[in-house]
Design a binder for this molecule. Structure first.
Ligand SMILES: Nc1ncnc2c1ncn2[C@@H]1O[C@H](COP(=O)(O)OP(=O)(O)OP(=O)(O)O)[C@@H](O)[C@H]1O
Ligand SMILES: [Mg+2]
Length: 356
């Protein structure tokens, strides 16, 4: 058991820079937790505190129930993979993979066995005698992973390990990573600002913004029930439409568009309606609310077209994913949304409203 726990973790650099404000969460054996958020939101700083490379200003890191704050990084039995790979250029691939085991005076036979096993798993057998300078980006990335796996650590930490790879290779390695870590049965903490990586790899996603944990949930829940407007806008591509509507009685209004409000204890004067572009349809059957507008932009995504529609009587736009085989630009259009696909947020705090 090597459960990882963060208790009220905070990091402060100087009086005004507080990149991590108060983070508490658990990662069990076999769980894959991803920190996702925009640049500068505190992802790497959090990871560095777990690794022991930075000391928390407040709060604790626990591994297997023990407070590891006083334990230096080298003694934490954590393996970390960085974006830069940080391979030793003068060592061969085999030596790079074996370095941490040698440092711990692991017997030679054992080192050989473990290096062979990991190289086989990652398809590196034919590269063991090469130096990192003679490897492709994807191969270096695999060596960095092999170096982490060979240590059989209590916890894996990975900071944007795929960001130096091209899009195709990224997709391929992403699938491999998922399988690789599923078989490790250890806590994995992964950092990325790529929401697709977060959605596909994780068992739990922690969305960070400005050092504050916005939501901690399995990927599907983050997508289907974002806790606030920030998460709603950050997770999902194309981005969720977020429209500001005026409240009138039990309706919300935007120009000529009108929709019933969810059940609320008090009705505010304005409210934010969230609707994903894939939930905006052409189907105008009974239980759908219609939106009329003018298409002013269409972007061909291959499978579908992403169209931008100025809502009649307003200066706000809604984007919709529609069939690619039609031309939409410049047309007047009637779109439809189902109340089931709506998300509602407080116009000031951004918090989710209603209980659907
Ligand atoms: N040693 C330091 N001294 C002062 N400020 C720092 C230090 N390390 C990080 N910061 C600041 O803390 C904030 C968070 O940095 P961090 O590296 O954790 O962001 P990140 O979420 O990993 O971003 P990215 O996606 O760009 O890697 C940034 O504003 C950064 O400038
Ligand atoms: Mg970072």
């Amino acid at each position: 058991m090597a459960k990882l726990e963060l208790e009220n973790l905070r990091k402060q650099f100087g009086p005004k820079i507080v990149p991590v404000k108060d983070i508490s969460l658990d990662v069990e054996d076999g769980e894959f937790l991803t920190f996702v958020g925009p640049s500068g939101c505190g992802k790497s700083t959090t990871l560095r505190m777990i690794a022991g490379l930075d000391q928390p200003s407040h709060g604790k890191v626990l591994i297997g129930g023990h407070n590891v704050n006083p334990i230096p990084p080298g003694k934490r039995n954590i393996a970390m993979v960085f974006q830069s790979y940080a391979l030793y250029p003068h060592m061969t691939v085999a030596e790079n993979i074996a370095a941490s085991l040698k440092l711990r005076k692991t017997p030679k036979d054992e080192i050989k066995r473990r290096v062979n096993e990991v190289s086989h798993k990652l398809g590196l057998e034919h590269l063991l005698d090469r130096k990192p300078g003679k490897l492709s980006g994807g191969q270096r990335q695999r060596v960095a992973l092999a170096r982490a796996l060979v240590r059989e650590p209590d916890v894996f930490l990975l900071d944007e390990p795929l960001s130096n790879l091209d899009a195709l290779l990224r997709e391929q390695v992403r699938a491999e990573l998922k399988q690789l870590f599923e078989s490790q049965n250890k806590p994995v903490v992964y950092v990325t600002h790529d929401q697709t990586e977060a959605m596909t790899l994780s068992t739990k996603i922690a969305v960070l913004y400005d050092g504050v944990l916005q939501q901690l949930d399995p990927p599907h829940r983050i997508y289907s029930r974002p806790a606030n407007q920030f998460v709603a806008g950050f997770m999902g591509s194309p981005q969720m439409n977020l429209l500001t509507l005026n409240c009138q009685g039990n309706c919300a209004v935007l120009g000529d568009f009108k929709i019933n409000l969810p059940e609320l204890s008090t009705v505010p004067s304005q409210i934010v309606l969230g609707i994903r572009p894939e939930d905006v349809r052409l189907d105008t059957s009974d239980d759908f609310q219609t939106i009329q507008g003018q298409v002013y932009l269409q972007e061909d995504l291959g499978k579908e077209k992403l169209i931008s529609v100025r809502v009649d009587g307003s200066d706000q736009a809604v984007r919709a994913l529609l069939p690619a085989d039609q031309h939409w630009e410049g047309e007047a259009i009637t779109l439809a949304i189902s109340a089931k696909a709506t998300h509602w947020f407080d116009v000031n705090s951004g918090d989710r409203l209603g209980n659907h």
